[in-house]
Design a protein around this ligand. Sequence first.
Ligand code: P71
Length: 463
Amino acid sequence: MNTEANIRHSWAEPYKIKMVELLTMTTIEERERAIREAGYNTFLIRSRDVYIDLLTDSGTGAMSDRQWAGLMMGDEAYSGSENFYHLYDVVREYYGYKYFVPTHQGRGAEHLVSSIMIKPGDCVPGNMYFTTTRLHQELAGGTFVDVIIDEAHDPASSHPFKGNVDIRKLDRLVQEIGAERVPYISLEGNVNMAGGQPFSMANLRELRSYCQERNIPIMLDATRTIENAWFIREREEGYSGKTVREILREICDLTDGCTMSAKKDALVNIGGFFACNDEQLFLKAQNLVVVYEGLHTYGGMAGRDMEAMAQGIREAVMEEHQAARIGQVRYLGEQLQAAGIPIVRPIGSHAIFLDAREFLPHVDQDDYPAQALAAELYLEAGIRTMERGNVSAGRDPETGENRRPALELVRLTLPRRVYTQAHMDVVAESVKAVYDRRHEIRGLKMVYEPEYLRFFQARFEPL
Ligand code: P71
């Protein structure tokens, strides 16, 4: 088993490389053209123009030989595929929920939960928003209410469990509108928008007893909950002797159901699911999935995708996998910290988040500093990152104004099992080079703004 010391000093990958994918390097002139044509939006750059792709850890991981072998075992029957039953058994064993509905990816599961559970006028509290999660809640007529602890909005706070729910904030909401207008609480493991920050088991237990007294279900966003389990083991008293697998089960047993984007923790390129313990809820989800995703024994996935996911979940709970995963992120983060670069603390599990407000204090938030910084990193070295700030937060539906969130971040997201330590060195050097010329960097003006999830397709021009 890996101890903390051995994560920090030798987190070597628990695999060796059997096949490689060649990378392309570009010239500065080529990158200038590519970013201009992409409207200064890293989502719109062609991947062939990218050298090191840290846009996301979603669906970008490397599958193992066993997963690839699983693809050959795909049972592509329209109904009752063998792979569905295999995946169901694995989800039941590792996550523990009684009922299971596959979906094409996470937002498919979010759509099911939101449209079944939310009535117009309801409020859905959560430990910070996620873009697609909140949008589905809003489309169902609900309003998302942030009930994460204050520390989560402060990039400099090194609270070990910045993903915790502030039960007083939750209680204030429940007192104000009544528990009957709170269809569930949306609880995310390793909170993405906060910087990949975990909740603690103690906080979840407290939340559980609060919710049980008031009959409010807890719906877990399980997307990165295995990584959350790792942090509980590392940081929470009483957990150092437990396995990631046991902790994952303990988390799920304290919740009523989950939505899952399997493209992260579960090491597959596509897939997701909804799972729960309540039969009535399951029957509704199983019925709705056939309208939007596909039959309830594939939910938008091919049989082979379900097989790869079943194996991916087994590999994801392995201690040595998580040690290397989190060790690599930490390796990059510690290099940046040593260079004095402002990043969100503590270092999370899936990404390093640059604090663009601190990095570019001379750029006003409505001139999109994080978007501008992401464009500069691409220009510097062909490294693709993602804005997680004012563009991602969107507009307040009431006022129509930019939300100007407290966190104005650029996410350097590490795909699982894809890049090497030497790649991390290149990334660190490139961020330092941009930091050295930060005073020259200007903001951006938005010239095209789509209605939904604007960050994906918005276009900008330099100011
Ligand atoms: C990430 C993604 C993918 C993404 C989604 C939207 C904007 C930009 C990038 C997806 C998540 C997630 C959590 C906590 C649900 C989803 C949706 N994350 N919950 O971080 O992180 O899952 O993409 O499979 O539909 O790059 P889906």
